[in-house]
Design a protein around this ligand. Structure first.
Ligand code: 5AD
Ligand code: SF4
Length: 457
């Protein structure tokens, strides 16, 4: 497969982004070279998302257009992975005759072999569930990317979801919950820090459920796992690791130990993304979220006591079947009461095979759209107010690179995960990957503007 060039198109969540990094590493290890663009690639892998209807349809329109891409250069190969691949499986091969291989969410390791087969004209689909630790056993991602020094990395700690929220397709695309051995996680983080990584984001569909099945069964020691807060404590002890983040936790597993970790662990960032979905107990029950609005607010209060400067963000769904105006008003109230500084909000999208898709009581599309707009207006106001409250403060910014606004500005993230653009950064020669102290000068709806504070002398 030498000298073949590959490109990967990634949709969806951070887990998918990280899976694409893993597939890149596997392909590079088998002698392929990352292409500068898709037009220069011989092999194109699409890593798909099926969380909402729109994301799934993206694949079908992409595949339609790729007929032409394939025809432009004989020998080109197209592979599809991710959640749609897992869901639809080999039916994708019969539906799209120009598709060469399909791999499910547990079968990343098979990609090089499937590609080798495809180059010999064999089309294949692998979507079997892998319940073993072997699926975590992938070559470590090399940190270098063409655009400067990498200082941030994702680390998988658990995969799959056993929650079966009534709206969600993930339990059927990512399979049952499985936690990775803590010793493997620690070894990976050590290696990343040795290679210059300053910040890690621990990934899992319900990341704070880490180890829970082993702990409940009393075999955590044999399984090599532990409660999530304990894992965080261990990682916090690794010298040279500046920042620890995790996504996404579930409110049901947000226990006192995890709240305490936010008080005690210096490396744990003061930002929590804690999806709530709705502010109405009636809807939360229909969603099978297994907590109430009060329970959620109790966690938030505990977190604020532990970390008064906490920045809380969330995911919200509007237009869930049967959602009344009163239910929706409660969601707006919760956005206020919890003091969300930002959120991702979505219109409910029925997913095949989920319990909610069978419920009926659909909300008209225009009403759902109107609710979404009202929710996003409220959020915009709150985000701006939060940004304004930061003006005058100092922040440590981990630089990512040039700002989207251009004009010599550079951009990075503070511990609260806010985007901070720095004036004069480019002139000062601040490199991506450095952490710089800055004073916040201005607030905009999407970001903060700061100026670097240079060490005296
Ligand atoms: N419709 C709309 N939004 C959804 N999400 C998950 N499933 C659906 C669905 N069927 C949202 C949830 C979740 C985020 C990743 O996507 O808010 O937290
Ligand atoms: Fe989906 Fe609920 Fe699992 Fe999150 S916890 S992945 S929303 S089923």
């Amino acid at each position: 497969m030498n000298s073949k060039h590959f490109a990967i198109r990634t949709y969806g969540c951070q887990m998918n982004v990280h899976d694409s990094e893993k597939v890149s590493t596997l392909l590079e290890d088998s002698g392929l070279i990352a292409a500068a663009s898709e037009s220069e690639a011989d092999v194109l892998v699409i890593n798909t998302c099926s969380i909402r209807d729109k994301a799934e349809h993206q694949l079908y329109s992409d595949l339609g257009r790729l007929r032409e891409w394939k025809a432009e250069k004989p020998g080109r190969i197209v592979g599809v992975g991710g959640c749609v691949a897992q869901q639809v499986g080999d039916k994708l091969l019969s539906r799209f005759s120009h598709l060469d291989f399909v791999f499910g969410t547990h079968n990343l390791r098979r990609v090089p072999a499937m590609l080798a087969g495809a180059l010999e004209g064999n089309r294949a689909a692998w979507v079997a569930e892998d319940k073993s630790q072997a699926r975590f056993d992938l070559p470590m991602r090399r940190p270098q990317v063409p655009t400067g020094i990498r200082r941030k990395a994702f680390v998988t700690v658990m995969e799959g979801c056993d929650m079966f929220c009534s709206f969600c397709i993930v339990p059927s695309t990512r399979g049952r919950e499985i936690s990775r051995r803590a010793s493997e996680i620690e070894a990976e983080v050590h290696a990343l820090v040795d290679s210059g990584i300053l910040e890690i984001t621990l990934l899992g569909q319900t990341v704070n459920a880490y180890g829970r099945h082993d702990v409940r069964r009393g075999n955590a020691v044999a399984a090599g796992t532990m409660p999530f807060a304990e894992l965080l404590t261990r990682l916090n002890d690794i010298p040279g690791l500046e920042r620890i983040r995790y996504t996404s936790p579930h409110p049901l597993f947000f226990d006192d130990d995890l709240i305490r970790a936010h008080q005690e662990l210096g490396g744990l960032c003061p930002h929590v993304h804690l999806p709530v979905q709705s502010g109405s107990d009636r809807i939360l029950e229909a969603m099978r979220r297994r907590y109430t609005r009060d329970h959620y607010l109790g966690i938030v209060e505990g977190l604020r006591q532990a970390r008064p400067d906490l920045a809380l963000t969330s995911d919200l769904i509007v237009g869930f079947p049967g959602e009344t105006d009163a239910d929706f008003e409660q969601t707006l109230d919760l956005v206020r009461d919890a003091g969300l500084i930002d959120s991702f909000s979505f219109k409910y999208s029925p997913r095949p095979g989920t319990a909610a898709a069978e419920m009926g009581e659909e909300i008209p599309a225009e009403l759902a759209q109107e609710r979404l707009m009202r929710l996003q207006d409220l959020q915009r106001e709150q985000t701006l107010a939060y940004h304004q409250s930061r003006v005058g403060q100092e922040a440590l910014v981990l630089i990512d690179g040039a700002s989207r606004h251009g004009g010599g500005q550079i951009s990075g993230r503070d511990p609260h995960h806010r985007v901070v653009n720095l004036d004069a950064g480019a002139d000062l020669g601040l490199e991506p990957g450095t952490i710089v102290a800055a004073r916040i000068l201005e607030a905009t709806p999407h970001s903060l503007l700061g100026t670097p504070l240079l060490p005296a002398g």
